[in-house]
Design a protein around this ligand. Structure first.
Ligand SMILES: *Cc1c(COP(=O)(O)O)cnc(C)c1O
Length: 403
C-alpha cells in the first residue's frame, strides 16, 4: 500500500477523463449562457468602460447570491484583497497573519499595504488555517495591549488574519472567528477560489469584515479578469467604492480627489460576462461536485492515494480536485505529475509555499510542518465543469453492459 502505482492512478483518472480528446486542461471556462447577448449589448450601447448597468447588476447579483449585503466589483482578485486590507485598517509597518499555503497574491496584497505577511500553518482536515495551532501559537508569541495585538519578537502590531479557502474548501470559520475575537484581530477572507462554497450553511466571504473574490480565467466563474469585495457594512462598501474610483468626489464636472485612491473598478463589458456567468453558477457547482464524486469512486480501489473530501460542515464548490498521497513525498508526487502530463492530463502541485519565495524569506512564521507535508502530498486534477459531461457519457456503455 505504501508505494503508489502510477499506472493504477492513471487508469483510474482515465475512467473519469477518457483518452482521445487531446490534452485536458486543469481548468477551462465555459460560456454557454447569455455572454454573447450581454457583451453585444455593451458594444451596441457604447457602454464598455467602468460606468454601466451591468456593473450595478453584477454587484447586486453577487450580494444576493452570497448574502453578503454589499459587493464592489474590481479589476481582479488581487486588487480586491488589497482594498479589503485597507478597509480593515492595515497600515505600514504592521503584520498580517496568513497561511503559507496559498497563491502569491495573498502575500503580495499585504506587501502593497507596506505591511508584512506572518505565515501560519494549515490543517490537514480543511487545507486552510488551523485554528487550534494558531491559537496555541498566539498565546506564546503575542502580547495584548491597548495598542492591539503585538508580536513580542518584532514589536510590530498584528492587525488582521487572512484566511484562504483552498481549492474551494472552507476553512473552519467559526473557530477562526473566535481566535480573531480573542486576540483583537480583523478577519479577512481570501475567497478567490471559493465562490459557491458554504460553511455551516452560510456562504464563505460573509464571516469576516471583508472578503475578496476573483473572476480570473481559471476560477469557477470568469469575467476575463475581475474580482469583487464583499462586506456586510454599508460604510465599508462606500469606502471601497471611493478607494477603487481614484478617491474621486462625485460631481457633474469637477475632478477632485481627497486621498490617494486606485483605478480598480471593473469595466462594464467584463461585468456583462459576469452576469451571464453568475446565472450559470449553481449548475457549475453541481457539475463540479458530481465530478468530484466520479473521481472519488474511480480512485476508491487505488492504493496509496485518496481524493480530498470536503471538510465537516462544509459544502464546497470543488474548484480544483486534489489527489492526496497517503505518504507525502516529493519524488512520488513528481513521478505522478510526470506520468499524468505524459498522457495529456494537466495536473499540478500546490503553489511553492510563501515562506520559500525570495521576497518573503525574511517574514515571521510559525512551525509550518503541516503545510510542508501538504506540499509534498497534493496533486490537483483536471477539474473543468464540462468534464462531468464527458465522464457521464464515457460511463454509459459500461453501465449498459453492467446493467
Ligand atoms: C486567484 C487568486 C487570487 C487573485 O486573483 P486574481 O484575480 O488573479 O488577481 C488571490 N488569492 C487566491 C488564493 C487566488 O487563488
Amino acid at each position: 500500500m505504501d508505494r503508489v502505482d502510477s499506472n493504477a492512478v492513471l487508469a483510474a483518472l482515465r475512467q473519469v477523463v477518457p483518452a482521445g480528446a487531446g490534452p485536458v486542461a486543469l481548468h477551462e471556462p465555459e460560456f454557454n449562457g447569455n455572454e454573447w447577448t450581454y457583451v453585444k449589448q455593451c458594444l451596441d450601447d457604447g457602454m464598455v468602460s467602468s460606468i454601466g448597468s451591468y456593473v450595478d447588476r453584477f454587484e447586486r447579483m453577487l450580494a444576493d447570491y452570497t448574502g453578503a449585503g454589499h459587493a464592489v466589483a474590481v479589476v481582479n482578485g488581487t486588487a480586491a484583497l488589497h482594498v479589503c486590507l485597507r478597509l480593515v485598517g492595515v497600515q505600514e509597518g504592521e503584520e498580517v497573519l496568513m497561511p503559507a499555503l496559498t497563491f502569491v497574491a495573498t502575500a503580495n496584497a499585504v506587501h502593497y499595504c507596506g505591511a508584512m505577511p506572518h505565515f501560519v500553518d494549515s490543517s490537514e482536515k480543511t487545507l486552510g488555517v488551523d485554528p487550534v495551532k494558531l491559537e496555541a501559537y498566539l498565546r506564546e508569541a503575542v502580547t495584548l495591549t491597548s495598542a492591539g495585538c503585538i508580536n513580542r519578537r518584532s514589536s510590530r502590531r498584528i492587525r488582521a488574519l487572512v484566511v484562504m479557502h483552498t481549492f474551494g474548501h472552507p476553512a473552519e470559520l467559526d473557530a477562526l472567528t473566535d481566535v480573531c475575537r480573542k486576540f483583537g484581530l480583523e478577519l479577512v477572507e481570501d475567497a478567490a477560489q471559493s465562490l459557491g462554497s458554504r460553511y455551516q450553511g452560510r456562504h464563505v466571504g460573509t464571516w469576516g469584515k471583508a472578503a475578496a473574490l476573483s473572476f480570473n480565467g481559471n476560477k469557477i466563474l470568469t469575467t476575463g479578469g475581475g474580482g469583487a469585495i464583499l462586506t456586510a457594512d454599508p460604510a465599508l462598501a462606500a469606502r471601497a467604492r471611493h478607494l477603487t474610483t481614484t478617491a474621486k468626489i462625485p460631481h457633474r464636472w469637477a475632478y477632485t480627489h481627497d486621498e490617494v485612491g486606485f483605478n480598480y473598478r471593473l469595466p462594464n463589458i467584463n461585468a456583462a460576462i459576469g452576469c451571464a456567468q453568475l446565472e450559470q453558477l449553481p449548475d457549475f457547482v453541481d457539475r463540479k461536485r458530481r465530478l468530484a464524486e466520479l473521481y472519488q469512486q474511480a480512485l476508491a480501489g487505488v492504493g496509496g492515494v485518496h481524493l480530498f473530501h470536503e471538510p465537516a460542515g462544509a459544502r464546497s464548490n470543488y474548484w480544483l480536485n486534489a489527489l492526496m498521497l497517503d505518504r507525502p513525498g516529493v519524488s512520488a508526487r513528481d513521478a505522478l505529475l510526470a506520468q499524468t502530463h505524459d498522457h495529456g492530463l494537466y495536473t499540478r502541485p500546490v503553489w511553492t509555499l510563501m515562506h520559500r519565495l525570495p521576497m518573503y524569506l525574511g517574514c515571521p512564521r510559525t512551525d509550518l510542518s503541516v503545510a510542508e507535508r501538504l506540499e509534498a502530498s497534493v496533486i490537483n486534477l483536471p477539474s473543468s465543469a464540462r468534464l462531468c459531461h464527458a465522464a457521464t457519457m464515457a460511463q454509459t456503455p459500461q453501465q449498459q453492459r453492467g446493467a
